[in-house]
Ligand binder design. Structure first.
Ligand code: DP6
Length: 372
């Protein structure tokens, strides 16, 4: 396999034998939180700057794909038996890209059952976990259809390469721990085409890093990430952002290697605030923060000034990811319950942590029906 592309047999249009009538594949894939943000892209779904994320453990998507041999050329994707499923347009575009790359797919019709571990409409982005799970299902299915064994590490790299086309941040969810996506002078084999796990250089203390996801608002986002990336195409500060992202990336990598928690937290906060500053200063001025977001940020900084090692990051939305070391879990949970849950919608938050990456769902029952 050449790096960053599919196993040759997958892209070949000639199959060794008769294609099987039906194949079921299933994967659980996690969400990830970017410490250095992917914000802005170039044609080909390539990032304008390198990003670095931590894979989560408890926020994940489980997807079961049933592929049935059928007429080619028809609209061939159904999600949770819902013809108006919100993911359908994005998944259809992605499926068409996959079909162009892997011809065996065009012989099948696909029915997808998918569910998230986090409740529907909690404002938590599900595209990274959803797209990475769907990609793994498609690749596993395609390999089985042509009786090809793909060793797991190769499968993950190919799924990272492919899922990037569905959603950029999804390419980082194929690996556990800390993951880099995008070319950088700091890591010679990092690529714009697929993500790379960097766990062997990370300080042991950080492998158990915790993330409490504080759901400030369950409202759907007013601006999709894809539209947000577009604002960078004509943003007055794009050149400055590229330089800043490089500097922050370099500092973050150093801090993760040395286990410098203060610096990790400080840079994560700087990245989150830059992301929202870029959004607010883009044409149209998108304000995605809620008053509760700012209250929670003040509380976190207040607690930190009293010695609690708590930091925050944000996605392109109002919810706050509270980052802290495992050793302080009890004190931080007490702090969250006493001071932060009043700002969470319905008091809802998710205790999450650095996770291990995707898992195959081996016990698949055909009668399983999931709801998103
Ligand atoms: C702010 O990966 O959701 O969460 O590639 O258009 O699907 P598309 O965008 P997406 O963007 C994620 C943006 C972010 C930062 C990050 O995860 O790095």
């Amino acid at each position: 396999m050449t790096r960053s592309s599919f196993t040759e047999e997958l892209t070949s249009a000639s199959y060794p034998g008769r294609l099987p009538g039906q194949i079921v594949s299933g994967w659980q894939s996690p969400s990830n939180i970017a410490l250095i943000k992917y914000w802005g892209k170039r044609p080909g779904q390539l990032p304008i700057s390198p990003s670095l994320s931590m894979t989560l453990e408890n926020a994940y998507t489980q997807t079961i794909l049933t592929a049935t041999l059928g007429d080619s050329g028809r609209s061939n994707l159904i999600i949770n038996n819902d013809p108006a499923h919100p993911f359908l347009p994005k998944l259809n575009i992605f499926l068409n890209w996959m079909i162009a790359e892997i011809p065996v797919l065009k012989n099948y019709q696909f029915s997808v059952s998918t569910q998230n571990s986090f409740p529907h409409s909690t404002g938590i982005a599900s595209s990274a976990s959803g797209l990475s799970a769907f990609t793994l299902c498609l690749l596993s299915f395609a390999a089985e259809a042509i009786s090809l064994q793909i060793p797991q590490p190769h499968l993950m790299h190919q799924a990272s390469f492919a899922s990037r086309m569905g959603s950029g941040s999804a390419c980082r969810s194929l690996f556990g721990g800390f993951v880099v996506w995008g070319k950088t002078e700091e890591i010679s084999c990092a690529s714009d085409l697929e993500a790379l796990p960097i766990n062997e250089v990370i300080h042991p203390d950080l492998h158990s890093f915790q993330d409490a996801i504080l759901v400030i608002s369950r409202k759907p986002k007013i601006l999709s990430s894809s539209r947000g990336h577009e604002t960078m195409n004509s943003h007055p500060f794009v050149a400055g952002r590229i330089n800043q992202a490089k500097d922050h990336f370099s500092g973050m990598l150093k801090a993760l290697k040395t286990g410098d928690l203060e610096q990790v937290g400080w840079l994560a906060e700087a990245e989150a605030l830059s992301l929202h500053a870029l959004l607010m200063s883009s044409p149209g001025g998108a304000v995605l923060l809620e008053p509760g977001t700012l209250e929670v940020i003040q509380k976190i900084r207040g607690a930190r000034s009293h010695g609690l090692p708590v930091f925050f990051t944000l996605d392109a939305g109002p919810n706050v990811h509270l980052l802290y070391p495992e050793a302080d879990r009890i004190a931080v949970n007490t702090f969250i319950e006493a001071e932060l849950t009043p700002y969470c919608q319905d008091g809802f938050w998710i205790a999450d942590r650095c996770g291990e990456g995707p898992r195959e769902i081996r016990e698949i029952s055909l009668s399983t029906t999931f709801q998103v």
